[in-house]
Ligand binder design. Sequence first.
Ligand SMILES: Cc1cc2nc3c(=O)[nH]c(=O)nc-3n(C[C@H](O)[C@H](O)[C@H](O)COP(=O)(O)O)c2cc1C
Length: 296
Amino acid sequence: MRIDISSLTPVQKQAWLQHAIAPRPICFASTIDKDGSVNLSPFSFFNMFSSNPPVVIFSPSRRVRDNTTKHTLQNVLEVAEVVINICDYDMVQQVSLASCEYPKGTDEFTKAGFTKEAASVVKPPMVKEAKVKFECKVKEVKSLGEEGGAGQLVIAEVLVMHVDDSILNAEGTMIDQTKLHHIARLGGDWYCKVDASNLFIVEKPNVKLGIGVDALPASIRSSKILTGNNLGQLANVHEMPLVEPSFEDEKLKNIFQYYSVSPAEMEKEIHLYAKQLLDKGNVTAAWQVLLAADNV
Ligand SMILES: Cc1cc2nc3c(=O)[nH]c(=O)nc-3n(C[C@H](O)[C@H](O)[C@H](O)COP(=O)(O)O)c2cc1C
């Protein structure tokens, strides 16, 4: 399916992009107008774009429905400060409630049942229940257009960060990624939740250069068994591994014995075994299995 974006209605554009560009973290923005009225609303057009200076951007878009602007945008244009609260699973239903289009002047802290906590250097209050909050100064508001759906980028510099002790690691030196159950927005009404069961680690490749998929032996590169992820793991070694004479493996011996009359079947079994090892993260053993097969 090929989609020419310009042929879509604004509602369709939004839906296709939001389903595909996901999951998006959720900024729960607390702002205040010049008369001191507080507003609290969630925005998933949000991310960090610089760590030094520490800059985050979120986008209260012009409404697709009637091309009006959001109270959050109006507020930051009046008082250039925002507290960005990070949303976790314990808050998701109240966060969604706070997104209702209440009339200007309605305090969504009260409507959604959150507790105000004074910030230390900016005027808008923080959400006490949020486990991470950023006190920010709005540096610039950049409009991306005048039509319904046009993003209005709120570019904000983080001044102070608050982190709840309950989500720190045992040493108290960093956030424990398994303890902060982030939620994120996808397309339509879909959300996802981060927890220990769906987190995984991918080793950082950028300390030394990986040899690259193009440097893998042709028999591995063209394997019908090994996946793109498996090739990525194998090609992340810094130099082509050598056969390790001390490497012994019962299962490999059995494969050699059993399939000695059929080289094609043997290669298939060896790739299946290497894939098993790679899926468990054992790249060194997988390489030895593949190299041993090449040496038969
Ligand atoms: C999880 C979530 C994410 C949202 N993300 C955005 C967004 O990125 N941009 C936007 O304009 N509206 C977004 N909305 C809708 C706004 O929260 C909603 O329009 C809100 O009422 C705006 O409030 P305000 O007019 O008080 O600022 C989102 C709603 C939810 C529930």
